[in-house]
Design a binder for this molecule. Structure first.
Ligand code: PLP
Length: 354
């Protein structure tokens, strides 16, 4: 080993879901939205001028923070934006989790949390979900260095009731509580209104799922102005120009079309509720999801084998080779046509059973 290698910051990286690109494939593996973004988004892209691109973007991203503030009924000082919510969450970990005490998050959750904790040398404890994959609020009523959890949780889709979320925030006034609402627009309850009441709450959301813009990389956080100021101080000390001009313009355009947003999220909720019925009929079990995916298992099927069979048929879903969840598959809700193709495959695959 070279001498310089002794001083490397070694990390076990997060492994994102694979991004295959095969003609005719059915991609239900990374919780993207199957519908394209609002029509105005591509309009905004086309309207970008060449001599706009030669200038640095607005470091305060004021067009986007302003549009978000209007949309969510808060002031622009309560909004922080970043390159996807992954960027927002990474900045928040770096900014808020410095006490030396362990931060808490569920044992089954977004697998990026332990990666950031390791990278920023934040001690952490994984708190087991209950047998039904629910968060037990009482487990978070103890000394800690901060709390983060998705609501609805990933990859389970389970929502923690609004009053339980509030109790976790209320019982932890001395640390920052981050609620990662990547999937909240698919029918769950947001903690957003609580930012006026609790100065230790940061709510994080993204344009990647409900606004169909995973490729544009836009995320944001809403919180008390003091929290947002601290986040911006860290961001400016890292990279002042995180949001490029195309992302800013597209983000604003997406927010302008509320009708489209409501129609597409409603459609996905309908398709999900239908998927619950169809899959249950085939013998699959799953926790009740409020997200744009289902976390399915079948008492008579090996999840890994099914995952591989689906893959061979160009239907991509997500399998996690992890304790407690290695008999499950996470299936993103696609269009009705994509889901029908999935059901056809599964009907055939489960035909021999029973
Ligand atoms: C998808 C996801 C994110 C990050 O999404 P971005 O594309 O970076 O905005 C964050 N948290 C959870 C739980 C997610 O599933």
């Amino acid at each position: 080993m070279s001498k310089w290698e002794e001083n490397i910051r070694r990390v076990t990286p997060y492994t994102p879901g694979e991004q295959p690109n095969r003609p005719g494939m059915i991609k239900l593996n990374t919780n993207e939205n199957p519908y394209p973004p609002a029509p105005g988004v591509t309009g905004a892209l086309r309207a970008l001028k060449r001599d706009e691109l030669l200038r640095y973007p607005d470091p305060t991203a004021s067009a986007l923070t302003g549009a978000l503030a209007r949309e969510y009924g808060v002031s622009p000082e309560q909004i922080f934006v970043g390159v996807g919510s992954d960027d927002v969450l990474a900045m928040a970990f770096m900014t808020f989790f410095n006490s030396g005490r362990p931060i808490l998050f569920p044992d089954i959750t977004y697998s990026f949390y332990p990666v950031w904790a390791e990278e920023f040398r934040i001690p952490y404890e994984c708190v087991p979900l209950d047998a039904d994959f629910g968060i037990r609020k009482e487990d978070y009523f103890r000394e800690n260095g901060g709390i983060v959890f998705p609501n609805p949780n990933a990859p389970t889709g389970v929502e923690l009731a609004a009053e339980d979320v509030e109790e976790i925030i209320r019982r932890n006034p001395d640390v920052v509580v981050i609620v990662d609402e990547a999937y909240v627009d698919f029918g769950a309850h947001s903690a957003l209104r609580l930012v006026e009441k609790y100065d230790n709450l940061l709510v994080v959301q993204t344009f990647s799922k409900s606004r169909s813009m995973a490729g544009m990389r836009i995320g944001f956080a809403v919180g008390n102005p003091a929290l947002i100021r601290y986040l911006n101080d860290v961001k400016y000390s890292f990279n002042s120009y995180t949001m490029n001009r195309a992302a800013l313009a597209c983000g604003v355009a997406a927010l302008e079309d509320r009708t489209y947003f409501e129609e597409t999220t409603k459609k996905i909720i309908e398709t999900r509720e239908n998927a619950k019925r169809v899959l249950r009929e085939m013998g699959f079990c799953f926790p009740d999801s409020q997200a744009n995916f289902l976390f399915i298992t079948h008492p008579e099927l090996d999840a890994k084998k099914l995952f591989e069979a689906l893959r061979a048929a160009d239907i991509y879903v997500r399998y996690f080779a992890q304790p407690r969840i290695d008999s499950y598959l996470r299936v993103t809700i696609g269009t009705d046509d994509q889901m029908e193709a999935l059901y056809r495959f599964l009907r055939d695959y489960t035909k021999g059973l029973k």
